[in-house]
Design a protein around this ligand. Structure first.
Ligand code: ADE
Length: 224
């Protein structure tokens, strides 16, 4: 799958795409990441990408023309989704990640300053996504969140795909607690059931813990 990233800060992604699971996905060619600097599509001598908002008020708005040209540059056909990150967007979920992880190509548009010109959103953005109810200074970190979540689902990236399928959110619940060696650490023991070898009991224990944690931390997930 190819991911085009339209941003004013391509350098923010340079190490990100080399490290950890995303790095593995890139090395294995499960994903290709194409960094595009929106500033390269400006035509004035100061390479201006933002301007004052009509109607006044604080903050600058990203100009439509460089973004439009950047989208035209990467968008090879009409089916390729353009995803814009904004706190006004729909909340990113595992379902949305699963959907886009199957796409052949996606375009991630990162805004900065106040927002981007609404006309780009109205005419060239397919979906607006938020990563949570807080405001970041730009869409770059949300784009990284999305790339990481997508990369680990690509074939051959995780050693054990079952591991992805038992993650928090993949079945609508949060995950269960995990332990590794040693069996006792600073007086704290691994629950007996996990060393019992009884897989049916282990499964039941994991499910009941997942339910308990979901009830405690995210009760609204149980209503779905
Ligand atoms: N841009 C700024 N804040 C954001 C958020 N919470 N989610 C997505 N994009 C953003």
């Amino acid at each position: 799958m190819n991911i085009d990233i339209l941003t004013l800060f391509p350098k923010m992604f340079e190490n990100f795409i080399k490290e950890s699971m995303v790095g593995i996905a890139v090395t294995k060619k499960a994903i290709t990441v194409n960094l595009v600097n929106i500033r390269d599509f400006t035509h004035d001598k100061h390479n201006t990408t933002d301007d004052y908002p009509y109607g006044g008020g604080a903050g600058m708005v990203m100009k439509p023309q460089p973004i439009y040209e950047a989208i035209r540059f990467v968008k090879k056909n009409n089916d390729i989704p353009v995803i814009y990150f904004t706190p006004q967007g729909k909340l990113l979920s595992q379902d949305i990640v699963n959907k886009y992880s199957k796409a052949e190509n996606i375009i991630l548009l990162c805004g900065h300053y106040k927002e981007i010109d609404q006309r780009i959103r109205d005419s060239f953005v397919s979906e607006e996504l938020s990563i949570g109810d807080y405001v970041l200074s730009g869409g770059e970190i949300p784009a990284m969140v999305m790339i990481d979540a997508i990369a680990r689902l690509q074939d051959g990236v995780l050693g054990d795909i079952d591991s992805a399928m038992t993650d928090s959110h993949q079945n609508g619940l949060l995950g269960c607690p995990h332990y590794t060696r040693p069996p006792e650490f600073m007086g704290m023991k691994v629950p007996d059931v996990l060393i019992s070898g009884d897989h049916k009991k282990i499964d039941e224990w994991r499910k009941s813990k997942a339910l308990e944690i979901t009830k405690k931390n995210r009760p609204e997930l149980l209503k779905k």
